[in-house]
Design a binder for this molecule. Structure first.
Ligand SMILES: NC(=O)c1ccc[n+]([C@@H]2O[C@H](COP(=O)([O-])OP(=O)(O)OC[C@H]3O[C@@H](n4cnc5c(N)ncnc54)[C@H](O)[C@@H]3O)[C@@H](O)[C@H]2O)c1
Length: 442
């Protein structure tokens, strides 16, 4: 069976089903589509599926061209009809893995998807989990569930693999096709088939010995980021108290050609990965009576950053004989990082919540997020619109906090129009101010 399937991959007759058409699934579909592989997308969100079939963009940084080409293609379609899962030769699951209210893994999306796939599973199919998750998920949860619901046997009747995504949305230098892909299989044949599949479209595949190793690779990468971001955030606070500019320090340190890697401080962690994924390991480690102290400490430092920003805002307003209570405060940037429209877990929401509790009148400006759509965690802010980029509007605020440094913001105009700016991203570094108590680093 495996030889036939490998041949189908080589001859590009192998159809790829992608379940979950979000930030990961959509670029993945595009990557295979570009190599002439037939694809079928599945999502429970009817709007996404309709938009995709009609060529209407729903993730800004991915652009119109991609959506138009996918919608017009004869080798690619999307549906909410999961009874069509047997049409696919491989099923790639790219559904969310958030934390629940107790900051423990919420595996409900993965479990529901696996159950659906299991009900429709047929002989010869390859199922790959791409969602970020704790080590042993595939071995202990996915494979047993698929076997139970289908009555088929992994490695004999069907194949299972795990391959994490390494998307960096908005990064012009790297798209899915250009990022090496780590792959672990449930057995040798599953690995061989999964590698062959990704090799059709991705620059390099990196096989590891099993699925739990591949799961651990992804968490290790994100824990590395979380811990290092916490470190530079801590250094920012320490150096600030000494009158040292942490950004200048980091830029100078980065000239060392070996042994140093630059991370950038900010107002806290955001996005669907770095604030969340490390705690998947923390949760699983408890089962083995292991503690993840670095992860917990990094989480604590990063979580406290918005409070530090508010403290600096209070001091800045104080210089103008104003308090947060009753002040009009504008936050620039709602997305969690520059030049994307992804506002999941954005620390700006935390700033909103604290400022609101302290009695500020809050607005935001973000050309990538014209209106706040419903989020899992910050429903209170749904429907709030970005203000217009106009001098008379911007200059009416008592203080402006730069939370995300999108590159389409004219920071020189911002400097001219506003009298009090709290800059968490070093966005005002090239602006020469001649006003007193004007720009504060936070
Ligand atoms: N966003 C990133 O940059 C990134 C990078 C690397 C890894 N990841 C990981 O990839 C996974 C997916 O993340 P994302 O950012 O693409 O999420 P997303 O929210 O953008 O997309 C997930 C999609 O899955 C759909 N979905 C939910 N339940 C479903 C179900 N039962 N059946 C079918 N579709 C369902 C949702 O409607 C949504 O369209 C997560 O585990 C995430 O941690 C994300």
């Amino acid at each position: 069976m495996i030889e036939e399937l490998l041949d189908k991959v080589q001859t590009k007759k192998y159809k790829i089903g992608i379940v979950g058409l979000g930030y990961v699934g959509l670029p993945l579909m595009w990557t295979f589509f570009n190599e002439g592989m037939p694809t079928i997308g599945f999502d429970i969100d009817e709007n996404k599926v309709n938009n995709l079939n009609e060529g209407v963009p729903y993730i800004k940084h991915l652009g119109k061209d991609m959506m138009e080409k996918l919608s017009k293609s004869t080798i690619c379609e999307s549906t909410t009809d999961f009874s069509r899962l047997p049409e696919a030769d491989a099923i790639l699951m790219c559904v969310p893995t958030p934390l629940d209210h107790h900051r423990e893994p919420d595996m409900s999306y993965v479990v529901e998807t696996t159950k659906t796939v299991g009900r429709y599973l047929r002989k010869g199919q390859l199922v790959i989990l791409e969602s970020t998750t704790y080590p042993l998920t595939t071995e202990e949860l996915i494979t047993p569930l698929l076997e139970e619901l289908s009555g088929l046997k992994s490695g004999e009747d069907f194949y299972v693999a795990y391959s994490p995504e390494r998307e960096d949305p908005g990064n012009p230098d790297f798209n899915t096709a250009k990022i090496p892909k780590v792959v672990g299989g449930d057995g040798g044949e599953a690995l061989k088939l999964a590698l062959a599949l990704y090799d059709t479209a991705i620059v390099k595949t990196v096989p590891v010995q099993n699925t739990k190793t591949a799961e651990a690779v992804k968490l290790t990468e994100n824990i590395f980021r979380s811990v290092n971001i916490a470190l530079v955030n801590e250094l920012k606070v320490v150096y600030h108290s000494m009158g040292i500019d942490v950004h200048e320090v980091l830029e100078a340190a980065a000239t060392k050609p070996f042994g140093f890697m630059k991370f950038t401080p900010g107002p806290g962690l955001g996005g669907h990965c770095i604030p969340i994924d490390p705690f998947y390991l923390t949760w699983k480690a408890r089962e083995y009576e292991q503690h993840t102290r670095f992860i917990e400490l990094a989480g604590e430092i990063n979580t406290n950053m918005p409070a530090y920003v508010i403290d600096q805002t209070m001091k800045a307003l104080n210089k103008h004989r104003k308090s947060i209570n009753g002040s009009k405060i504008l936050i620039i940037g709602l997305a969690y990082k520059p030049n994307v429209d992804d506002m999941r877990e954005s620390p700006t929401f935390k700033l909103f919540d604290i400022l609101n509790d302290l009695g500020a009148d809050i607005s935001f400006y973000d050309s990538y997020v014209p209106v706040i759509t419903p989020t899992r965690e910050h429903a209170d802010w749904t429907g709030l619109n970005s203000i217009e980029w106009k001098e008379e509007i911007i200059s009416s605020y008592d203080a402006v906090i730069i939370s995300t440094n999108h590159s389409d913001v004219d920071y020189h105009k911002l400097g001219d129009w506003s009298n009090c700016i709290i800059d968490t991203r070093n966005a005002m570094k090239d602006y020469k101010s001649n006003k007193e108590n004007h720009i504060f680093k936070a």
